[in-house]
Structures are given as C-alpha cells and as structure tokens.
Design a protein around this ligand. Structure first.
Ligand code: AHG
Length: 327
C-alpha cells in the first residue's frame, strides 16, 4: 500500500504544496478520531454562537476551526487563511509566505449530531502580492488559479480526495496506523448519471429553470434512463462524493430565500469545481463556468450546478431557456 506522502513525493509535487497538505491532514486525522467517538466527548450540539454567515455554530465547527487555524499557523508556506467560521482573513505567523488556504472546517454541520457523513473542504492558491500582510484583493481570485483542492469525508471510512491539477486521487485513513493510503487513482466521473441531489423541500422557491429541470429528471424516458433517482444527504461533501463515483448532479440554486445561492465560492464551490473538472465533469453557476467567477468578497455565495458533464449541460440549458427568476 502506498502512503499519501510517498504518492505525493513520487508525483513530484511542488514542495510548498506538499508541506501545506501535511498541515491540513494532521488536524483532519484528529478530527476524524473525535468524530468517531463524538457521542463520548463533549463535541455534539450547539456552541451557542453564530458565525459570520449568521448561522448557528456547532461545538464541532468551533473545535475544528481552531485546530485547522492552529496547524496552518505553523506552516512556513502559508501566509493567511480564509475560513467559513471566521469573518476576517486570518494571518499566520509567516505573513510574507506565498500561499493562502481557504477552508470549510466542517461541511454539513447539521448532520453532526445524527451520525451522518460530514467533511472538511480546502483550497490552496497563491497570493497576488509578493509580501506583507495578505489583503482581501490577494484572495479575490478566480478558482482557475487554485493549485490544490480537496476534501476529507468523515464517513463509514475517512477518505481524502484531492487534486493538484494532475487528476483526482483518493486516500483512505487507516486509523490504527494514523496514515492515509492511496485507495483510488485518477478518478473519473461518468459523463452521464441518473442521480440528482438538491433540497427539493425548497421547490417552491426555486428558479423556473431548476423547476423545469427537476420535472425533466422525473419524467419517464427509457432512452435516457429517466426518471432519475433523488439522493440528498445535506452535506455537500457526501452528496458530491457519491455523485463523483456514480455519476450525477448536485445543485444548490439561488432561491427566494437565498438570492445568491447558499454555498460559498472560495472554500466550498471552487474546490469542488476544480475536483470535478479534473475528474472529467463540469461545474457552473448556472450561466458561467464556476472556476471563472471572480468573487468580490471572501464569503461570497453562489448558485452551483456540479457533476456529470451531460447532466450539468442539460440543467444549465434549462436555466438559459427558463431563467433564474424565482417566483
Ligand atoms: P454548513 O457547511 O454550514 O454545514 O452547510 C452545509 C451546506 C452543504 O454542505 C449542504 O449541501 C447544504 O448546506 C445543505 O443546505 P440545506 O439544508 O439548505 O439543504
């Protein structure tokens, strides 16, 4: 079995990226251990605080955020961090370093208390300026500038899925040894799938294009294998992971309640879009390639359509035809 470290070294990864990945997986391993014994530790439930998005924080959100920040603060190549749980850019003790890491420490918080898969998402890119404290302008870049991205899914096993622009590879944590081992190389997502994942409870608030696409997914048609199956876990990492392996589409559109969508560009949509493109799939905000969107603020949200290329093409063609307007 090949360890993650050996794999990275043999694929001649740029040393700073190798280093940054180490500082991400170290707290992830400890987080995985805590999640596995969550009911026995005081980490379930609400933290009785809200984050910058006005969302209630879980104890695990706060714990994980602190651990990733603590770890990356020690990484000589990381100048600053952006986290879902922290309003401002978080400088490290190496402000002149070259790289920025954006992360969602615990994606799918609402699933923490009920023993359902959750994840950590990360994205690594270079700052624009060359020295001094990282500014907002340094962070506001298109996702196509990412150098590495991935997620750790804490499910029936803990798996790291990542890309550095040379395909998508996954590594399974062997908890007794405390190491990630290569478990799948060069993952390709099917061009077509028969799974759609979105929160159908929001149907009434969806844009017309999504409503029409949803009806299309539910129609009877032997040739295209419809009706498709509906699968929605409510942790993007878990929904994405299943669709990546089986083929499918994940959609979180703009809704009447969230006119700009719910998910964040820098630490949720960009990394997933980089991964899906590397796996031969596609990601769009409904009208534009996700990786070309340049955010104007670090916590900016976006609608997202991500998954099998033919499904994303079909869904976005419905968006073009019927529009993004919600009723
Ligand atoms: P968070 O990171 O705050 O836990 O948000 C979870 C995200 C994403 O993982 C999931 O797909 C989506 O929010 C679920 O939202 P709904 O409950 O609105 O469907």
């Amino acid at each position: 079995m090949q360890t993650l470290n050996r794999f990275l070294i043999e694929s001649s990864i740029h040393m700073p990226l190798y280093n940054i990945i180490q500082f991400i997986i170290t707290p992830a391993k400890e987080l995985s251990r805590k999640i596995n014994i969550a009911g026995l530790e005081d980490i379930l439930g609400e933290a009785e605080a809200t984050n910058v998005q006005g969302e209630e924080q879980k104890k695990l959100d706060v714990y994980a955020n602190d651990e990733f920040i603590k770890s990356l603060n020690e990484c000589t190549h990381c100048a600053a961090m952006i986290s879902e749980e922290t309003e401002v850019i978080i400088p490290t003790q190496y402000p002149n370093a070259e790289y920025i890491v954006a992360f969602d420490p615990v994606d799918g918080s609402s699933n923490i208390d009920v023993n359902v898969s959750i994840g950590t998402i990360f994205s690594v890119f270079k700052r624009k300026s060359t020295s001094g404290p990282v500014t907002e302008d340094d962070c506001l870049q298109a996702g196509s500038n990412q150098l590495a991205a991935g997620y750790i899914i804490y499910g029936s096993s803990t798996i790291l899925v990542m890309t550095t622009g040379q395909g998508v590879h996954s590594f399974t944590l062997e908890p007794h040894v405390g190491k990630f081992y290569l478990s799948d190389t060069n993952i390709k997502t099917p061009l077509d799938g028969n799974i759609y994942s979105l929160n159908e409870g929001n149907y009434i608030k969806f844009p017309e294009g999504v409503k029409k696409y949803l009806k299309y997914c539910q129609e009877n048609d032997k040739e295209t294998n419809r009706p498709y199956s509906s699968r929605y876990i409510g942790s993007m990492v878990a929904d994405f992971h299943r669709n990546l392996k089986k083929g499918g589409i994940f959609i979180y559109p703009n809704t009447e309640k969230d006119p700009n969508g719910k998910l964040r560009i820098l630490y949720e949509c960009n990394p997933m879009s980089f991964l899906i493109e590397q796996a031969g799939g596609k990601a769009s905000n409904g009208s534009q390639r996700m990786l070309e969107v340049v955010p104007t603020s670090i916590h900016q949200r976006t609608p997202i359509f991500v998954g099998s290329t033919n499904m994303v093409n079909k869904a976005t063609s419905f968006m073009e035809q019927f529009g993004t307007k919600t009723s």
